[in-house]
Design a protein around this ligand. Structure first.
Ligand SMILES: [Mn+2]
Length: 437
């Protein structure tokens, strides 16, 4: 492959884009610094923490997503994992918050792993958790002669389970070669009709399969179990909620943890409380960030309910500051971009996640503790709101500016002409009607 040259990855271009914006940024940053100082908060400490904060970009999110009904392809969509890496590099170069990518197999299959590693290194990208896929068949792969139509790790047929276990072990092996340290397992197993599946036996089979993956994967690896309430199984899913996920993780081992995808719950479920419970159990793997209005919408993080995102981070920062043993969450975006340029969505989403983190760092935890102890719900709530309503934009922009990323990532991206440039060398990719690409 030819590595493309693009203005979006050119430091001088980004610096030139930032130049006319720096005076206003300095002014806003100084004003916010004074305001925070009056609250006893050192703005530099917050900026440093924000600067160190990272969220992984999933490789599948740089292509156009779709729904069950249709997918509308976009110009210049990535053709393979190498193109995806280049798109992810642009996201990281301009928004400065996604230094790692999370690959998915078989979607990211390549026969040349060393070349993949080399390209990632040249683009300054590392590899986060590897994702396995046993929720669809792999018709062109001779290692997958059996169908996952009726499940994978919990399938009634031991041969299908063995095939699915083998796929997961292979994903871990590829991940190890790429420098990843975790394997994420999400299965679509479940039932579409009452009576279709024996709940207890299916769960037992799932645990047994995950135990086999855990025993076979590298000892340096962590195993993330992702739950999801529904879809593709619409009546019952084997790992439908954090309770099932926790029971399974506890049955498997210390390095087996529960991953929370914000969209994978019933409407109005208190996700921040799930975070607190998983932190308590020392079983929080991390997050797949996205947003939703109705279900597993996979909308951009912070697009619908930024306060909920803040409340999730409020729990995460609380755990971080209490130095909870073993607290080492892994953060990733997991969204489907149906109507936007995925690069723009990923950049703005990474910024929204960072924003929620910055706001959560501003919570006066001593005051909050006192209001909780004194049973003062109004002031406790106001303590959170005071942090949430603080405009931390200058902190986020300053963190980006200092690391050579863009003060205004979307404006810089559009000015770079990246999409038009890749559209000239990447043919339009039709097909793929699924909601996930
Ligand atoms: Mn997910």
């Amino acid at each position: 492959m030819d590595q493309i040259t693009t203005l979006a990855l050119d430091q001088d271009f980004v610096a030139a884009q930032n130049a006319p914006l720096t005076a206003a940024l300095d002014d806003d940053y100084a004003a916010l610094g004074r305001a925070l100082d009056r609250r006893g908060i050192d703005i530099e400490a917050i900026t440093k923490a924000v600067s160190a904060f990272a969220v992984a970009a999933p490789t599948w999110a740089v292509g156009s997503g779709g729904t069950r009904f249709a997918r509308f392809p976009m110009a210049g969509e990535p053709r393979d994992i190498f193109d995806k890496l280049e798109d992810c590099a642009v996201v990281n170069a301009l928004a400065g918050a996604t230094p790692t990518i999370s690959p998915h197999f078989p979607w990211d299959e390549t026969s040349d792993l060393p070349a993949l590693k080399e390209l990632a290194a040249s683009l300054g990208l590392g590899f986060d958790a590897v994702n396995s896929n046993t929720f669809q068949d792999h018709p062109n792969d001779p290692r997958h002669p059996l169908s996952y139509k009726y499940g994978s790790l919990s399938h009634t047929d031991p041969a299908v389970r063995a095939q699915a276990i083998e796929h997961n072990l292979r994903c871990a092996e590829i991940g190890e070669a790429l420098g990843s340290k975790a394997l994420t397992v999400w299965i679509g197993d479940g039932a579409n009709f009452p009576g279709q599946q024996h709940f207890g036996r299916a769960f037992d089979r799932y645990i047994e399969s995950v135990q086999a993956i855990y025993a076979g994967m590298p000892e340096t690896f962590r195993l993330f179990l992702e739950h999801k309430m529904y879809e593709p199984a619409f009546y019952a899913t084997v790992i439908q909620d954090w309770g099932s996920s926790l029971l399974a993780a506890q049955a498997v081992g210390d390095r087996c943890l529960c991953l929370v995808d914000l969209g994978h719950h019933a409407a109005n479920v208190n996700i921040e409380m799930i975070v607190a419970r998983l932190v308590h159990a020392r079983k929080l793997a991390g997050f797949h960030f996205n947003d939703s209005k109705y279900g597993d919408d996979d909308l951009d993080a912070g697009a619908i309910d930024p306060y909920r995102l803040f409340l999730v981070f409020n729990e995460l920062v609380d755990a971080e500051q209490r130095r909870t043993p073993g607290f080492q969450p892994s953060y990733m975006l997991d969204q489907s971009h149906n109507v936007t340029d995925p690069i723009e969505s990923l950049m703005t989403s990474a910024v929204e996640v960072q924003r929620a983190y910055a706001q959560a760092l501003l919570v006066d935890r001593t005051a909050l503790d006192e209001f909780q102890t004194a049973n003062d719900p109004l002031m406790a709530s106001q303590t959170l709101k005071r942090a949430y309503t603080t405009d931390v934009q200058p902190i986020l922009a300053m963190a980006r500016n200092r690391k050579g990323a863009a003060i205004d990532p979307v404006a810089a991206y559009r000015a770079s002409g990246y999409r038009a440039a890749v559209a000239r060398i990447r043919p339009v990719k039709t097909g793929g009607s699924g909601g996930i690409v």
